[in-house]
Design a protein around this ligand. Sequence first.
Ligand code: NAI
Ligand code: HPV
Length: 625
Amino acid sequence: MAISSSCSSVKAVNSRWTTPSPSPVSKLAVFHRHSLLPNLRYTPNVKLTVTNASRTVEQTTLTEDHKFSTVGSDQDDPSPFPKPKILVAEKLGEAGVNLLREFGDVDCSYELSPEDLKKKVSESDALIVRSGTKVTREVFEAAQGKLKVVGRAGVGIDNVDLQAATEYGCLVVNAPTANTVAAAEHGIALLTSMARNVAQADASIKAGKWERSKYVGVSLVGKTLAVMGFGKVGTEVARRAKGLGMNVISHDPYAPADRARALGVDLVSFDQAIATAEFVSLHMPLTPATKKVFNDDTFSKMKKGVRLINVARGGVIDEDALVRALDSGIVAQAALDVFCEEPPSKDSKLIQHENVTVTPHLGASTKEAQEGVAIEIAEAVAGALKGELSATAVNAPMVAPEVLSELAPYIVLAEKLGRLAVQLASGGKGVQSIKVVYRSARDRDDLDTRLLRAMITKGIIEPISDSYVNLVNADFIAKQKGLRISEERMVVESSPEYPIDSIQVQISNVESNFAGAVSDCGAISIEGRVKYGVPHLTCVGSFSVDVSLEGNLILCRQVDQPGMIGQVGNILGKQNVNVNFMSVGRKVVRKQAIMAIGVDEEPDKKTLERIGGVSAIEEFVFLKL
Ligand SMILES: NC(=O)C1=CN([C@@H]2O[C@H](COP(=O)(O)OP(=O)(O)OC[C@H]3O[C@@H](n4cnc5c(N)ncnc54)[C@H](O)[C@@H]3O)[C@@H](O)[C@H]2O)C=CC1
Ligand SMILES: O=C(O)C(=O)COP(=O)(O)O
């Protein structure tokens, strides 16, 4: 479905006036205080100081529309806005909870029923979970857009419906590093205890038995371990297994071979890995591609008597097939920390199997890892609520802080250009086809435009719909609305010190309520630049102008003749409308010109009609920024 513009426009010819749509700024300002991607505004030389338990950072950065230039403890923050509500739905390390308390209202409510969870998220700005909470589409539906961030205090995000999160514009962040060592150590603990029957022997002796010959184990030294998934945990498992004298091979379609080689690990194919190894340790994520990848077929290709360790996710194994493989002796033993269903049913054949050692998803459960994870996720969630782009975002492009800070004024420019362009569109066809042209002196791959595209999309969609658009859902919402946004890079000769020379937004196949905005190629076209940190409109249609994009804007197309600025300025002045910028662009002297007038206030209908009544003015339009 295409979107149609119903923005305010006045044509001098028939002086028709359509009611302005509500200002998107006022709609957003309310919750931008604590939301992902605020209505960014660049304030040069403003220092933002972020202080928390682990670090203090000072940097020049973005501020929001309401000039929240400092973020810190309650005492420092004069904000009249309420603190964000953060629901912590599973046990989180104390240090992380304390960090969150400095920033928001924290509700630690554990073991919520799905119904209670849904109720609570509808009142929460952020939700923090571990692996035990299913954050389903129903949860996002129940949140009705209130939930801005889901923080997964750990690595695996298979318990969060990422597609639903993205559709609802909710950022998902995780804590991918702090539990790596804990998980690897647990993998090694399972490997060694399985090889020596520690758990079974312990149970036997506690049952009053003394079964030394029953629990003869196998040695690890010289044996081959296949590490399936050579990521963070897999790498640490490999490193430790090498220390135990094992021969380590690995399968990971995406891991760099040189990283493996540096550890003395050979990267091999899946089939080669499982056919060669005496021990197979699983460290890949659960994805549609890895679901039940260990099944009857793959077990049949394994070396008879193989031993299996799973500290990744239960779902990568077909558990019924594993029981069959254990019964047939293909798999001699399995040590499992994770299960398809957690907790697994008490009478599960797999759990009860005498050759299986189990732990209740303890991989990340060390004191050290839990404190680390809690701090990592608290920082990510608080950062996201402040509008920072998280380095651990799972469903949004990651933008490095230095890139973000460099792009800051262009982000504002991009949104304003989007907002202006859509207000220039009229007619029943609706906006469908948008082209953005970035002119830059930088190399093609030295400019990340995802953020700019998202902000242009936001600028185009928000004035004419109820959708809330941010970096997370911009592409999704654009697609849903039938918008096709194409981007073009043009390399120009200017200073590569600045990332972008100009941004041009074109809307094609649509009529305009201001013919002067239609360029020679038949598309509505506007262009802008950043000058001294301030976004400027520099081109309308094929006319050059130069007006700072602050307040609101009046565009007039007129006969180029003396006295026009005075006449229009007079009309506005009489109504106490302050002009903040004015620029006239023309192609041929004394022919046609475009006058761009930046005004602080919104002129009333009569004032605009008076402007339209000036005989040399052929058409004009009032645009909200
Ligand atoms: N039991 C527990 O408490 C814990 C479990 N985990 C789980 O361990 C797993 C690994 O975690 P990290 O190493 O931190 O993640 P990671 O993202 O650093 O590593 C995962 C690796 O798997 C690889 N991979 C993806 N698809 C694959 C495939 N089809 N075959 C082979 N490799 C594939 C990726 O290329 C990546 O290198 C995750 O499933 C995570 O949820 C992590 C921490 C604690
Ligand atoms: O980080 C992971 O992927 C884990 O599986 C850890 O899970 P947990 O946070 O202990 O419920």
